[in-house]
Design a protein around this ligand. Structure first.
Ligand SMILES: Cc1ncc(COP(=O)(O)O)c(C=O)c1O
Length: 458
């Protein structure tokens, strides 16, 4: 595991302030942000404008440094500006920014991914995916997966779970998590009733609801899509064996299972959440798996993997169309490959240790201040719920003292810790979160817990 030389972000030299940048942004950008979860709507106040990041730290335009627990919303597995990842990006830039033609970097990345997603050898070999198509965003990956499932089955309907977020394509915004949950809206304007009617939303971790939806519509369902472990309504892991039940139920009815590993892929283990359940002895077979975030090492890259016979239905071999000017961009694939190469055993041992130290420390502080809470876990991913027990679905995730989060968040920020600005988002640690960074988070925990305790219900 590479250590950062200083572990600190270089300070910026600018007269810009967060408030000034906010004013400027409001004039030219809707809501001042280019993705809603970055706004401080749920926590109040002025968003911090970041200028640089290194290791576990980010620095805003005023030169204030924070321990970062957002991690670029997932990609920064090795920490910000990891030297080897940056070197790979520089080397690729020097060769040209893109060609719009096949390049060997794409093949290398696909080989790396397939290799990680193959466990065991010989008779016991298990493969999560057989082929991979690269795209530019997680949204594109899940959107294409649905089209492919419909193309493969000739069926119209999609089953998704309330509180799961799979990007912002039309079919997937019904009762979605992440920004949709943060803003407290049921879906999105601009989606036709006909499109919305093609998606059936059921509660997560609910075997009866799953059985009922297949009993009623089994021969018209193309696919079930699920986050491999939900992390966009806060962290809500699947019940043991639930992913396998999804696969078995879908397959019994001739439908496909799409496992969305945009968040968990290459994070939960080297082989993602799929690898974790393999290790735990509850293997499941998804037909399609989507990747994003870490696979691009911080640049816009995502992927759609799965059974070869299904992937081969994509153009140019098959009738399901999908394309992209920037798909498999050479700089992004080089960066992603460097990130994956750097994510070794040591990294995967470090992540849960660092996450536990932070989660347990925060929990102790909240307990000491008498704040009802639970830290929910899915591998090394976690989030805090202001309720007594870990939720199993979206309705339970929403049933918490959300108003405690704003004051908690701002106290952490004031003490130099940057959290996702929503109670419905997972927190991300990286390989660069060393003892010093963790200590800094924990020293902010007690005042933040005090602020949560004093928060008034709104
Ligand atoms: C599980 C999951 N799927 C899909 C997406 C969409 O990815 P992107 O934001 O790259 O479009 C996200 C984004 O956070 C996600 O968490």
């Amino acid at each position: 595991m590479t250590r950062f030389v200083s572990g600190r972000t270089p300070t910026t030299n600018t007269l810009e302030t967060n408030a000034g940048a906010f004013e400027r942004a409001l004039r030219v950008t809707p809501g001042c942000v280019n993705s809603p979860v970055r706004a401080f709507r749920a926590v109040g106040g002025t968003p911090v404008f970041l200028a640089s990041g290194r290791g576990a730290y980010v620095t805003d335009v005023e030169g204030t440094e924070y321990v970062d627990l957002v991690g670029q919303w997932g990609p920064a597995l090795l920490g910000h500006a990891h030297p080897e990842v940056i070197a790979a990006a520089h080397a690729a830039v020097d060769r040209g920014l893109g060609f719009g033609a096949a390049s060997t970097g794409e093949v290398e990345l696909a080989e790396l991914v397939l290799d990680r997603l193959t466990l065991g050898k010989g008779a016991t070999e298990r493969r999560a995916i057989e082929k991979l198509r690269l795209v530019s965003t997680g949204t594109e990956a899940t959107m294409t997966a649905i089209r492919l499932a419909r193309g493969a089955t000739g069926r119209p309907l999609l089953v998704k779970f309330a509180g799961h977020y799979h990007g912002h394509s039309d079919s997937l915004l019904s009762e979605a998590g992440s920004g949709v949950a943060t803003l407290g809206i049921p879906g999105s304007a601009g989606i036709t009733p006909e499109t919305a009617a093609q998606t059936i939303v059921i509660p997560y971790n609910d075997e009866d609801a799953l059985a009922a939806v297949f009993a009623a519509h089994g021969d018209r369902i193309a696919a079930v899509i699920t986050e491999a472990a939900a992390a966009n309504m806060g962290v809500v892991p699947p019940k043991p064996g639930f992913n396998r039940l999804l696969a078995d139920t879908a397959h019994t009815h001739g439908a496909l299972l799409i496992s969305d590993e945009v968040m968990t892929g290459f994070r939960s283990t080297a082989a993602g959440w799929w690898g974790l359940e393999e290790r735990q002895g509850v293997p499941y077979d998804a037909d399609l798996t989507t990747f994003g975030k870490i696979i691009g090492g911080g640049l816009p890259l995502a992927g759609l993997g799965g059974r070869a016979d299904v992937l081969d239905l994509l153009a140019p071999l098959g009738p399901v169309y999908q394309a992209g000017t920037l798909s498999g961009n050479p700089v992004a694939v080089a960066t992603g490959a460097a990130m994956l190469r750097g994510a070794d055993e040591v990294v995967y041992e470090h992540l849960p240790r660092a996450a536990r130290a932070i989660g347990d420390g925060l929990s102790a502080a909240l307990t000491a201040e008498g704040v009802e809470h639970v830290v929910a876990w899915a591998g090394s991913q976690f989030s805090i719920f202001f309720r007594a027990d870990a939720p199993q679905n979206y309705a339970e995730a929403q049933d918490q003292a959300t108003w405690r989060f704003g004051p908690f968040f701002h106290e952490m920020l004031d003490h130099g810790v940057s959290l996702p600005p929503s109670v419905y988002e997972a927190w991300f640690v990286s390989a660069a979160h060393d003892d010093a960074a963790i200590e800094r988070v924990l020293s902010a925990a007690r005042p933040a817990a005090r602020a949560a305790a004093a928060a008034a219900r709104v």
